[in-house]
Write a protein that binds this ligand. Sequence first.
Ligand code: SOE
Length: 388
Amino acid sequence: MGELRIGMVGYAFMGEAHSQAWRTVNRVYDLPVRARMSLIAGRDKANVAAAADRLGWDEHTTDWRDLISRDDIDLVDICTPGDSHAEIACAALAAGKHVLCEKPLANTVEEARAMVAAADTARERGVRAMCGFTYRRVPAVTFMRRLIADGRLGDLRHVRAVYLQDWITDPEFPLVWRLQKDKAGSGALGDIGAHIIDMTQFVTGQAITGVSGLTETFVRERPLASADGAALGAAKAAETSKGQVTVDDAALFIARLSGGAVATFEATRMATGRKNGLRIEVNGTKGSLAFDLERLNELEFYDATLPGTELGFRRILVTEPEHPYLSAWWPTGHLIGYEHGFTHQARDLLEAIGNGTDPLPSFADALGVQLVLDAVEKSAETGGWVQL
Ligand code: SOE
């Protein structure tokens, strides 16, 4: 079995999640290649050294360019804020390294297009690129796509997708990078709206063809963050001086899909009480399916083809070995959690690289999401319909 030497940039929330996946993936799945956690990069010397030790990386560096110049790195895993995705990914691909890049792919459509071009050129040399829309790899979501593709819902009519969080409801919550446009590209729209856009296109197999949306920033000034911190970029302490919030707190839009369905989307970090509330429901002529991330081992299924006396939503427990990804985990009925999606993502990427095939979602798929994000912003500015 060949070894794939990984270099990862970033060690915060996503860096930890990806590290866990690289540590675990070959212990759980039989794969054509073995991931080696070779080198981790981060700007702060003490922090990256501590992260390397805690997360299990062989070596660490304060300069991501070391990952690009070293011959003993085969794949670059990008877990940084969006403002550095394009530069790192394009450099890595040009150097012949495979790339896994966190979502959203970039901060602008222009950057995303450059990344797609770099990936296309690299593919000719057998180099692979993938974007990390991890929730596709929750077994219930993958299974939902399968049921829809098998025609179990008939013709699709509606998609209703929400992604609700509440971690910035307090106006004193500091101005972390996720609230700064130059670092994050957009707010709730790109951070969590991107997930429900990708999920909608993934489960339905249909592309979003046009949108009309609005965005809102409820808290326009926040205390400056004084130090980099842990989960969600939260600062250890906040300064008394304030800075401008330059992204949306909430984004809502309606859309049309290429197969004729219509869809509604809501992404917000101001939904008090909702912590990581991603929910998607699809209604078709033969039935409905719903998924809720806070109950990620389940699907709700309404089969409208049953006799009237038997109609009703029923719960499918997605924990059988026959369900996607699950045969390698625990016996029937034993649940999985948030982090497993990252292991499944690592599995699919290693399998594709080992077999010489293209992993999904590709950079081109992720550019598709970026175009929708851009269209929603344009629509919010103009108040009109934006065709894609
Ligand atoms: C913060 O909003 C965040 O961590 C996102 O950045 C992730 O993509 C999402 O999975 C959970 O929430």
